[in-house]
Structures are given as structure tokens and as C-alpha cells.
Design a protein around this ligand. Structure first.
Ligand code: SF4
Ligand code: SF4
Length: 256
């Protein structure tokens, strides 16, 4: 597997699945923040671009034991990203200033090798040029470029917000590589009404995310693939943790 060096800062998330209500505010705020055109039909996979996608999980039991959980899934920002080494034009890289996996759309030739390589289905291909209904183009922001048809796109933890936070730190005379946890926060985490998404530097013990990631209830998606995601989930419900890491029936759950 492609092994990358460790970085000083590791931006990461912990999503508490016991707090997530599946409201979809993270999906909508992501689309608004990153200039995604409204979808004519969200079930049409030729059009839908959902960098943040909320999945519905169920324990498969009938009433009164039935239980559901909602699992928001952005790019998990792998430490060993399968998508990076397969790109023939270096249109996707692992950022050395925080470990975020980038997507450089003007360089992308649309071969979609990265989509085939990503085990999390976190990448999306633009089959069509984006279309904004009349008037809605006013919602476009200057922070993220729009993407034309023929290129791949994905979540990058609102990287423009990271750049802005570094600029502000420099302006204030602070070290841009020692940002506080409130200095940089992606749109999804900022807009989650239940506070289910915690964001920060996994390597900074002062950041809440670093403590939550060590919880006995924390797990990562398909952890045993060795992709080393910078996104953690947590749930006190054992069946949720087992589904998240694809346990086989006979395997004991790790942690508590
Ligand atoms: S689709 Fe773009 S990013 Fe993905 S492998 Fe091809 S060129 Fe690289
Ligand atoms: S989740 Fe997929 S797109 Fe994101 S870094 Fe990992 S392999 Fe790449």
C-alpha cells in the first residue's frame, strides 16, 4: 500500500452517531458552501453530487426492538489514500499541512481511476455541466470554483476555510500552523444543529476531537482495510459500531 509520511497537523472529525438525527443540514450546507448546483432529482446518480452523504442504518429487528442510526459520510481523508497513487496526472494529493486529500479539478482528465480506487464511494463525477435555476446563481460564493462536466470532485474539509484561517492567523501575528479549534471548521460541522460533528487537529491534545477519537466507543469505517481515515465515528450502540467496521458474525467487537 502507498505509505505517506506523518504530518505535524492532522485535521480530523469525530461524528457522534448517537447525536445525529439524519436531518441533512450537513449535506445542504456542504452543497451551498462548495457551489454545487441544485439537483433536479437527488435519486438520479447521473446528476447527484453529494460530498457529504447521510446513510440510514438499521439493526434489522422488528418492533419493539427496531433501531435506526444515521451515518453522515464525507471523504474520510485517508492516511493511506488509495485514490492518490492511481491518479495519472497528480490531480489529487495528500496535503502536507494537515493531511487533507485535495482534488485539483483543472488538472483532472476524468479517467475516474480514483473513483474505482476509493473504497468509501466518496468521489463523484460530473456527467453534466452544472445548471443553476434563474436567480439561484446569486447563491454562488467566491471561495470555491465551480466544476465543469468531465471532472471528478469530492469533499476537502472546506479547504478554503483552512487557507482563510491561516491568513487570519498571519495577519493577527499568530502561528498559522497552531490554529485553535474554533479558527477552522468546515461548513457541515458548523451547521449541524445537534453538534454531532466535532472537528479539529487529531494531533493536538487540546482539541476536543483528539480526545473523542480515543473514546472506547470510537471506530472508523472499514478500518481493517488499512486506509487510516482521519474521520472517526462514535456510538454507544454496539450494532452501529459493528456495521460501521463490517464485522463478521463470529467476531467479537473491539473496545467496550
Ligand atoms: S478522474 Fe481525475 S483525479 Fe481521478 S484519477 Fe482521473 S485524473 Fe486523477
Ligand atoms: S475516502 Fe476515498 S476519496 Fe477520500 S481519501 Fe480515502 S480513498 Fe481518497
Amino acid at each position: 500500500m502507498y505509505k505517506l509520511k506523518e504530518f505535524k497537523i492532522k485535521w480530523g472529525m469525530v461524528i457522534d452517531l448517537d447525536k445525529c438525527t439524519g436531518c441533512g443540514a450537513c449535506m445542504i450546507s456542504c452543497q451551498a458552501e462548495n457551489n454545487m448546483a441544485p439537483m433536479p432529482d437527488a435519486t438520479d446518480k447521473m446528476y447527484s453530487l453529494t460530498w457529504m452523504l447521510v446513510y440510514r442504518l438499521t439493526n434489522g429487528k422488528s418492533f419493539p426492538d427496531h433501531d435506526v442510526a444515521y451515518l453522515p459520510r464525507p471523504c474520510v481523508q485517508c492516511g493511506n489514500p488509495n485514490c492518490v497513487p492511481v491518479c495519472p496526472v497528480i490531480a489529487t494529493t495528500k496535503d502536507e499541512e494537515g493531511g487533507i486529500v485535495s482534488q485539483i479539478s483543472p488538472r483532472c482528465i476524468g479517467c475516474r481511476y480514483c473513483m474505482a480506487a476509493c473504497p468509501y464511494h466518496s468521489r463523484y463525477f460530473n456527467w453534466h455541466d452544472p445548471v443553476w435555476p434563474q436567480g439561484m446563481e446569486k447563491t454562488l460564493t467566491p471561495f470555491t470554483s465551480t466544476r465543469p462536466r468531465g471532472v471528478v470532485e469530492k469533499c476537502h474539509y472546506c479547504h478554503h476555510r483552512f487557507k482563510a484561517a491561516k491568513e487570519k492567523a498571519r495577519y493577527d501575528g499568530r502561528d498559522p500552523m497552531k490554529l485553535g479549534e474554533d479558527d477552522y471548521i468546515p461548513a457541515c460541522a458548523e451547521n449541524c444543529p445537534t453538534g454531532a460533528i466535532t472537528f479539529g487537529d487529531l494531533k493536538n491534545p487540546e482539541h476536543k476531537v483528539a480526545q473523542l477519537a480515543k473514546s472506547p466507543y470510537a471506530f472508523r469505517l472499514l478500518e481493517r482495510l488499512g486506509t487510516d481515515p482521519q474521520l472517526y465515528y462514535m456510538s454507544k450502540r454496539e450494532w452501529v459500531r459493528r456495521q460501521g467496521d463490517n464485522y463478521l458474525e463470529h467476531e467479537p467487537t473491539k473496545g467496550v
